[in-house]
Design a protein around this ligand. Structure first.
Ligand SMILES: [Zn+2]
Length: 159
């Protein structure tokens, strides 16, 4: 038996069952999460004028609404715009892995694990931005508490 789907968002992966059909718990959970993630992404990207906060790359498909406190670590902060920074894919990945972080003045700090690598691409993507302040958000600054959590729990301080 085929099921009817109702499109509820521009994003192609977001669908809901028709109301007269049996709805599985898992489907509701996944759908809600996707809607929330999409909402979070829109707010965070718009907050930074759709530019990477570090390098200003501005192609939307290469931008990520990066969580300061990871999605998996804290339910309360998942959708808080003060827990989001718009980063390009490479800076998001490095932030997620603790290879970069931000100090109390919103300046980029770079892990010794990156510093020890001598390479032009490393210089271009990372060393060039060391101690540079992030692009100013329009409305929601990253929370100092969340950034402190990232520096203390995720940032790789040793080489
Ligand atoms: Zn970037």
């Amino acid at each position: 038996m085929s099921r009817n789907w109702t499109k509820i968002d521009k994003s192609p992966e977001i669908y809901l069952y028709e109301p007269n059909q049996k709805i599985g718990e898992e489907i509701i959970t996944k759908t809600k999460r996707r809607i929330n993630q999409n909402f979070f992404r829109k707010i965070v990207l718009s907050n930074y004028n759709e530019n990477c906060a570090i390098c200003s790359l501005n192609h939307v498909s290469l931008l990520v609404a990066s969580h300061i406190i990871p999605w998996s670590k804290n339910k309360e902060t998942r959708l808080n715009p003060h827990n989001g920074i718009c980063l390009c894919s490479i800076h998001d990945k490095a932030f997620d892995q603790g290879l970069i972080s931000f100090d109390e003045e919103f300046k980029v700090i770079i892990s010794p694990q990156i510093h020890k690598i001598k390479n032009n691409a490393i210089n271009n993507y990372f060393i060039n931005f060391n101690h540079r302040e992030i692009n100013c958000p329009r409305k929601f600054y990253p929370s100092s508490d969340f950034l402190s959590y990232h520096r203390n729990r995720i940032f790789l301080k040793s080489s």
